[in-house]
Design a protein around this ligand. Sequence first.
Ligand code: DX5
Ligand code: ZN
Length: 235
Amino acid sequence: MNSESWTSRLSRERIVVAPSLLAADFANLESELRKLETCGVQVVHIDVMDGRFVPNISVGVPVVEAIRKVTTLKLDVHLMIEEPERYVEAFRNAGADSLSVHIEAVPEPTELLGKIRSLGAAPGLVLNCGTPVDAILPYAKYADILLTMSVPAGFGGQKFHADVLESVRKLRHAARPDALIEIDGGIDVDTIGAAAVAGVNIFVAGTAVFHATDYGEQITRLKNAAFDALAARRS
Ligand code: DX5
Ligand code: ZN
């Protein structure tokens, strides 16, 4: 069977918003997911933090497994952990559709990206805010997702760093044409436009979505801000 991967299919959509569950109501994840499904969301972003690679601790394998049981949304799992190679299989078995690892945790990621692919998940590579893009460029072609952090990894609700957009532009050129170019941190209606113009097509948004009263309306506002910026660039 030679069916197209879900990341390749999504790469043809110019603007995709992936809500980050880190800002969701953890006591009511099922209803949060249901609301996102109603709004036409296709991908949710799940932040895994180990208290070592980043100072914060969030969720692990059992939470991904529980989420998998109640939704068919694609689960985009962002591993902010040391030694991710020890855990990718468990996260895949729990239902992750993509597994993204940090170049700072795995400086030579070719083998691990291949392993993630062989497990049946989309392999992603992440560049933390502050890491030179040169660290990741040689491996860009092996990833289905290239994620640039626009805040230092570890916490939601931080301020967007516009200087990372230069890295995004370089990654867009180095990536396969059907790879997803993702950004994570501080995305809101004021910052999404510049990221879209730089070549991002999948936008992680935690605070911006979950602190809004109407998630669907807010996602539409985010998408419109991105499309407006793209249109303004063309005119
Ligand atoms: C931060 C996480 C993000 C976080 C984004 O390390 O990787 O996914 O949830 O949150 P906001 O959108 O609030 O910046
Ligand atoms: Zn994240």
